[in-house]
Design a binder for this molecule. Structure first.
Ligand code: GTP
Length: 594
């Protein structure tokens, strides 16, 4: 069956390159918005928090019609923190609209998602947006896009992409630059129809719908969303729900929905190529296949990145509970968290021995942070623990999650950023130009090393740095034999001097310059460090170098550090010269020592 009346596309863009504006304009021009008051609701960023943060958190679907063709547009979250989401979304579509700001050019976020789209074999349409702006430099940006495609090993078919010049704001698209003063988005619609393959599949084969996204509706309950690969599904029909673990149950969807514009519309039946929302499958999960009960043919399950970070979230038990927000019972907290787990796929919620406390695990600080912020806004008062990285026990020993970290940094901040990353044990794997005055850095770093990095990075680059990270597999845990909490003061006796330091990976530290030289200072870096892994700043004579204890010069005796409280340490060293340091002043310190 050839569905020439359908196109399924994903939309890919870096934050603020105009994705939402473009989809709004497409909706408007396809005649979906007959009532102008509906325009106030922006198409993609439906969640107020997303609107405020300017990022798209959960992928949402919309659909438009053009010349009798239904174009399903699915949004892709650009944030790598919500790993796995992107691949799943892309598995529903045949093509991608790559929206690039004609002035800024491709950015890291464009790169990640595009890489996945190309890998998934999708056909791209490139939209150079904001052509109405003065700084637009379409030739150079197109050149950069082409380089990016080559760099990402696009196939010949994919390299043969159409280029559409556009102003999403003005609702004008054109096959050539500059833009005509008046026009519409027809050239874009035409490019989608001409270049993005229509779905093809066997309508008479056993039904296969791979569940790719979950949602929740207060009236109809759990919603399972996926694309019909083959077969046909009619309302009232019993289907098999094949779970990823191999079990199969017979169920009957209570409703089938499609989309027109932003609205869900009820459907009687769906077939090859349709993106369908199924209600009434309370046990459906990501990766399950809805299939033929008489001849179940499950599709290979899709993987979701495992959570790497965990926190404890508990009911506020302080005497001030209820003063600022609203007093929350453990039951309410429980319901809210478990409800979240239903649609927030990379998130895991578990009970603990304490009925008031829940363990929430996710893909990173931002992933969990957004949920907590959302809940606070809803009036939930909670107590939250510090995040901890999830370690994995395997036959090869204890493993820890690693992340690939991509940073775009204005050139003048590169040094400062490197300095932030050194103590976090990041390994640089690539460095290059990211545009005029911008450097792109790529690191491999443990998830532990990444804790707290985002805020330090944003501070250090005055908000101009862009950061993304992707799960990069597991490596043997290099962590503590003896665990020391981050921020603990440690003392290292070196034979000739004693030095103390507080974790200064991002907080302030205390450095004790003892009598005699050389002086060695160790820091507890990240959540845990073991003594032999301490980064040591060696200040010897007038020479300052940075080395690890394991490579420290001969003759330096490192006794196991003792963990002291700040007060104890201050007491210990009060008679001597004490220097308060911050990462900045360490540099100053080095400078003066030199
Ligand atoms: P997120 O959804 O937050 O990732 O961003 P987005 O890619 O959806 O960007 P959005 O559509 O919110 O646009 C970001 C800003 O760029 C807004 O202020 C838009 O008004 C503006 N903008 C979008 N398209 C155009 C355009 O074609 N020309 C001009 N001049 N401004 C545009």
């Amino acid at each position: 069956m050839e569905r020439q009346d359908v196109r399924n596309i994903a939309i890919i863009a870096h934050v603020d390159h105009g994705k939402t504006t473009l989809v709004d304009a497409m909706l408007k021009q396809s005649g979906m918005f007959r009532d102008p008051s509906q325009l106030q609701e922006r198409a993609l960023d439906a969640n107020p928090l997303e609107r405020e943060r300017g990022i798209t958190i959960l992928a949402k679907n919309t659909a438009i019609t053009y010349r009798g063709v239904l174009i399903n547009i699915v949004d892709t979250p650009g944030h790598a923190d919500f790993g796995g989401e992107v691949e799943r979304i892309l598995s529903m579509v045949d093509g991608a609209l790559l929206v690039v700001d004609a002035n800024e050019g491709p950015m890291p976020q464009t790169r990640y998602v595009l890489q996945k789209a190309l890998k998934a074999g999708l056909r791209p349409v490139v939209v150079l947006n904001k052509m109405d702006r003065e700084g637009a430099r379409p030739e150079e940006v197109l050149e950069a896009v082409l380089e990016l495609f080559i760099d990402l090993e696009a196939s010949d078919d994919q390299l043969d992409f159409p280029v559409i010049y556009a102003s999403a704001k003005a609702g004008i698209a054109s096959n050539t630059a500059p833009l005509p003063p008046e026009g519409n988005l027809e050239p874009l619609f035409e490019a989608i129809l001409a270049h993005i393959p229509y779905p093809v599949g066997d309508e008479t084969a056993p039904l296969q719908v791979l569940i790719t996204t979950l949602d929740h509706d207060d009236y109809v309950g759990r919603l399972a969303i996926g694309r019909v690969r083959q077969g046909r599904l009619t309302l009232g029909q019993t289907v098999a729900l094949a779970h990823a673990d191999g079990t199969v149950e017979r169920v009957r969807p209570s409703k089938l929905y499609g989309r027109i514009g932003l609205k869900r519309v009820e459907l009687e039946s769906v077939t090859v190529g349709d993106i369908v929302t199924l209600a009434g499958l309370e046990d459906a999960n990501i990766g399950d296949t809805v299939t033929d009960p008489d001849n179940p043919q499950p599709l290979p399950p899709i993987s979701v990145d495992e959570p790497t970070l965990t926190i404890l979230v508990g009911v506020n038990t302080s005497p001030f509970a209820g003063l600022e927000g609203q007093f929350i019972t453990s039951r309410q907290l429980r319901d809210r968290l478990f409800r979240e787990q239903q649609r927030n796929v990379a998130l895991r919620v578990e009970e603990t021995e304490d009925a008031d406390v829940f363990r929430v695990s996710g893909r990173g600080e931002l992933h969990i942070g957004i949920l907590l912020e959302e809940m606070r806004r809803e009036g939930y008062e909670m107590e939250v623990s510090k995040p901890e990285v999830i370690l994995k026990e395997t036959p090869d020993g204890l493993m820890e999650p690693m992340e690939r970290l991509y940073l775009d940094v204005p050139d003048e901040y590169v040094g400062a950023v490197m300095e932030l990353l050194g103590p976090r044990r990041a390994t640089m794997v690539a460095m290059g130009q990211a545009g005029p005055g911008q450097t792109r850095l790529e690191f491999v770093i443990s998830a532990r090393g990444l804790l707290g990095f985002r805020s330090a990075f944003i501070n250090q680059t005055r908000g101009y740095g862009i950061m993304n990270h992707l799960f990069d597999g597991y490596q043997p845990y290099s962590g503590p034999i003896e665990e020391m909490p981050r921020g603990a003061l440690i003392a290292i006796e070196t034979g000739t001097a004693t030095a103390y330091a507080l974790d200064n990976a991002q907080e302030r530290g205390v450095l004790f310059i003892g009598p005699g030289t050389p002086v060695y200072a160790g820091m507890v870096v990240g959540e845990h460090s073991r003594p032999s892994d301490l980064e040591i700043n060696v200040c010897k004579k007038k020479h300052v170098t940075n080395m690890r204890s394991s490579t420290a010069e001969e003759g330096i005796r490192l006794t196991p550090p003792r963990v002291l409280t700040l007060d104890q340490a201050l007491e210990y060293v009060k008679s001597d010269e004490l220097v308060e340091i911050t990462p900045k002043s360490i540099r100053l310190r080095k400078a003066t020592l030199d």
